[in-house]
Ligand binder design. Structure first.
Ligand code: NDP
Ligand code: HEM
Length: 506
């Protein structure tokens, strides 16, 4: 710890500032006395109302926390750049990919999904991997995870899915019945569940894991032609993982282990980096795939759509004000700049609404005026509301107008998406293939020892399920993925021969 930059932050600050002693002031800059006592009538008397310094201190304190993110509350972030290393300008007009060597500043926030702000970094959970590109044309966000896929494919299920993973609302405790119940009833979860409980579910640090856009997006070329694409951001530090027992030990000793690792690496100038790849698919090809290429529970096999190297991401700067630059950092898949576009992925479409809505609740309607969210001078007709800073220099606040206010920008017209079909509810839970890719992962990607570790990891929490019905449904799901997997899980659960009261809880 002694050599850890994060442990010495205050010492460093003092070194730099020791000759600059400053007076305490109120927030309005008025020098104050009485930093350690309130104003009272005599030594034992009551406090007077004109002690506005005390009122400011207490009033500010009561308001210095905001709602945490409803998902991905616990996280850490850093800043750096994306640099183009290979040319893909024939697929996209995005200025980010304009020419080899071009650098675009980025913010990257890592997180875990269900833990609250105080949760331990090293618990089993998917990790968020959200990148904000400060492009020449506004903000582009990739709000992905460290897994190439997700559990479910319809936004209608997302709130229930997240609730099933959070504490039981009656006991406020993690409830393995509800956790596994949801998964056992929605077999599209099988693929992501296997990936999560495999070795990569417990990365050694944020630096040692990949990131993925997960959804299918589109590139748009200069003729407005679409090419569907997926984003893969692969770690240059190498994949490294923790064993479940090591992860549990660290969770107890240092719940901020990943955050500390990231901060210290950057302060020591050991800048972490990732190589940025894309997979591409022509719309004609998408029509003939034997799986739905817009289904977020599926990958695009590398053999059919190989990875194409595009650039690299380097993180070289820590935030200096965590609250302003990370707690108030607001990502959204709807932040998409020209040359890049959405796709027919319905899960992605659900997210386009959810994030700006969450930010207006969490940070207020003017969250885009916070410098970390948009360092650009906006040019639009949004005005006023709580915490307004900008008035756009007195430009008109209505449109159309005759006074030279900003006008529409035809270059950013959405690319045409061709759709047809009957409006209705289409529950894809049982109509899609939920097992083939999960089976390939279990049988072909993992070797024997990795399969065994995956099964042990699954069993380590399934053993807490007290509902026989849930256990049965779950084992049925895993058997449909692969008979050996189902049988091995049954055997391992039987062998445990444990009651639910063995004292180990997660
Ligand atoms: P490939 O053999 O070309 O690729 C296998 C992929 O699996 C590699 O990207 C590898 O990552 C990754 N991988 C290895 N171990 C794990 C793990 N424990 N957790 C997550 N990913 C892991 O096969 P295909 O492209 O045909 O895909 C086969 C299966 O691999 C898929 O069904 C899917 O489950 C999994 N996969 C596929 C990805 C894709 O985009 N096609 C991406 C990630 C996983 P690395 O190269 O870093 O070792
Ligand atoms: C955070 C909703 C699916 C990755 C959030 C937040 C909400 C949300 C409301 C909190 C935002 C905030 O307060 O700042 C949803 C909904 C989804 C969905 C409704 C599906 C319909 C996904 C998927 C991924 C993902 C599929 C990854 C592939 C993230 C990440 C964050 C996040 C990384 C944290 C961003 C940050 O670091 O600030 N999500 N989410 N989400 N979500 Fe989702």
């Amino acid at each position: 710890m002694k050599s850890s930059p994060s442990a010495n932050q205050l010492l460093e600050w003092h070194k730099k500032n020791k000759d600059k002693e400053a007076c305490i002031t109120t927030a309005e800059g008025i020098p104050v006395v009485g930093a350690t006592s309130s104003i009272t009538v005599g030594k034992h008397g009551p406090i007077v109302l004109y002690d506005w310094n005390l009122l400011e201190k207490l009033g500010h304190f009561a308001r210095e926390r905001i709602p945490e993110r409803v998902a991905h509350a616990k996280g850490s972030a850093a800043f750096g750049y994306f640099e183009v290393t290979n040319d893909i300008t024939k697929y996209t007009t995005s200025k980010v990919f304009e020419k080899i060597g071009k650098k675009t500043p980025v913010a990257l926030r890592f997180s875990r999904v269900v833990g609250s702000l105080g949760a331990a970094d090293t618990d089993l959970d998917p990790r968020g991997f959200a990148i904000k590109f400060y492009t020449d044309e506004g903000i582009w966000d990739i709000v992905g995870n460290n897994t190439p896929i997700f559990f479910i494919r319809d936004p209608a299920l997302f709130p229930s899915f997240i609730r099933s993973q959070r504490p039981n609302p009656a006991t406020n405790l993690r409830d393995w019945n509800q956790y596994w119940d949801f998964i056992s009833l929605r077999h599209e979860c099988a693929h992501q569940t296997l990936i999560l409980f495999s070795d990569r579910g417990l990365p050694k640090s944020y630096r040692h894991m990949h990131g993925f856009g997960s959804h299918t997006f589109s590139f748009v070329d200069e003729n407005k032609k679409l090419t569907y694409c997926k984003f893969h951001i692969k770690t240059n530090q190498g994949i490294k993982n923790l064993s479940p027992s090591k992860a549990k030990q660290i969770a107890g000793e240092d719940p901020n282990y990943y955050g500390r690792d990231l901060y210290d690496a950057i302060e020591k100038k050991d800048f972490p980096s990732w190589t940025f790849y894309v997979q591409l698919m022509k719309p004609e090809e998408a029509k003939f795939k034997n799986f739905d290429p817009f289904d977020i529970t599926k990958v695009w096999p590398h053999k059919e759509n190989p990875l194409i190297k595009v650039g690299k991401i380097v993180l070289n700067k820590n935030p200096s004000n965590y609250f302003a630059e990370v707690e108030q950092l607001a990502f959204s898949p709807s932040n998409i700049t020209q040359g890049i576009w959405i796709s027919p992925d319905r899960f992605l479409q659900g997210r386009l609404f959810a994030y700006p809505d969450a930010h207006r609740h969490r940070l207020g309607v003017n969250y885009t005026q916070l410098p970390v969210n948009s360092p650009f001078k906006a040019s639009n007709y949004l005005r006023d509301g709580i915490a307004t800073i900008e008035n756009q220099g007195g430009a008109p606040n209505y449109y159309p107008n005759s006074f030279g206010g900003p006008v529409e920008c035809p270059t950013n017209y959405p690319a045409p998406l061709q759709v047809s079909g009957e409006v209705g509810h289409y529950d894809t839970g049982k109509t899609e293939d939920n097992y083939t890719q999960a089976r390939i992962f279990y049988n072909k990607v993992l070797d024997g020892p990795a399969r065994s570790r995956l099964e042990d990891n699954l069993v380590s929490t399934i053993k807490y399920v007290t509902s026989e019905k849930v256990k049965m449904n779950l084992l049925q799901m895993f058997t449909l993925v692969d008979t050996d997997l189902g049988n091995n899980l049954k055997d391992k659960l039987r062998a445990l021969n444990t009651t639910h009261e063995d004292g180990l809880r997660n």
